[in-house]
Design a protein around this ligand. Structure first.
Ligand code: C2E
Ligand code: CA
Ligand code: CA
Ligand code: CA
Length: 273
């Protein structure tokens, strides 16, 4: 063995004991307040005006380095840690949003919900308490849900969704186009927004099929009275195409990577002068 290399946690090969250790580490990190939340702006593709920001959770593991939320969010879902994780992200996001609004930026914030949270009957009360604590009206909060999450337990999740909708928060269908029977569910779900999955957006400038899917989704969303967001916008060509097709909002590395709340405040200040 030469030297020390930081190895990333890999749930596919690391096995049950590593998973158990990671779960313990995650529990400690949540309890110690060591998870961070970064924010990525959603902007009008024509004017560049920021209308909101998506909260994305971050975990810097002391030994493994940054662990992807694609790994630890599912881990949290299966080990009872998703409720405290969601609470942490909600509180951070609403506090950050209250801060931006205090500085004069008329901005909303979006939080991702996992499948497990959508069947948690305590979630609506948790959301209401977080809004009250931050002193924010419900319509500044958007909750991003995936179709797959809703589908995994439709009966219970639609009850929670209706209650959330009743609170006055906005609902967004994330990763649109990657699930099954997307069209039928858009009609049935009480949502305000669809986000076109980045797998289509990242390819659309070079791929006719991706471009056709993106255009059709924009038109479909508008026909249903929804706001349409494209995620994964990595270059100006893509943003210009989306602007021409009437896409309401864009999000992606071309505009900004996800950054800590103070960095987003600076970004907002630089834009508004
Ligand atoms: P998502 O909700 O679809 O989030 C979009 C992902 O795309 C984020 O990855 C973001 O950093 C990344 N992204 C943004 N712009 C671009 C771009 O221009 N190009 C490319 N290639 N990627 C871009 P991230 O932060 O690693 O999050 C991955 C997933 O983890 C999220 O996918 C979401 O499903 C989940 N996640 C993240 N934070 C939370 C959270 O607080 N709660 C829950 N339940 N899930 C979360
Ligand atoms: Ca999302
Ligand atoms: Ca997404
Ligand atoms: Ca995703």
């Amino acid at each position: 063995q030469t030297g020390q290399t930081l190895s990333a946690y890999d749930p596919a090969t690391d096995g049950a004991s590593a998973r158990l250790r990671m779960t313990g580490d995650l529990r400690d990190a949540i309890a110690a307040g060591l998870l961070e939340v970064h924010y990525q702006p959603k902007v009008d593709p024509v004017t560049g005006d920021p209308l909101g920001a998506e909260a994305l959770v971050r975990w810097e593991h002391p030994a493994h380095g940054r662990v992807s939320p694609e790994e630890f969010v599912p881990l949290a879902e299966h080990t009872g840690l998703i409720r405290p994780l969601t609470a942490l992200v909600l509180d951070a996001a609403l506090t950050a949003c209250a801060g931006w609004r205090h500085l004069g930026h008329d901005l909303g914030v979006a939080v991702n919900l996992s499948a497990r949270s959508l069947t948690d009957p305590g979630l609506p009360a948790q959301v209401r308490a977080a809004l009250t604590a931050a002193g924010l009206p419900p319509d500044v909060l958007t909750l991003e849900i995936t179709e797959t999450a809703v589908m995994s337990d439709l009966r219970r999740s639609s009850g929670v969704l209706r209650e959330l909708r009743g609170l006055g928060v906005r609902l967004s269908v994330d990763d649109f186009g990657t699930g099954q029977s997307s069209l039928a569910y858009l009609k049935q779900l009480p949502v305000h927004e669809v986000k076109i999955d980045k797998s289509f957006v990242m390819g659309m400038a070079d791929d006719r099929a991706d471009a056709a899917i993106v255009r059709a989704t924009i038109d479909l969303g508008h026909a249903l009275g929804l706001r349409v967001v494209a995620e994964g916008v990595e270059d100006l060509t893509t943003q210009s195409l989306l602007a021409g097709w009437g896409c309401d909002l864009v999000q992606g590395y071309h505009v900004s990577r996800p950054v800590p709340a103070p960095a987003l405040s600076q970004w907002l200040a630089a834009r508004s002068t």
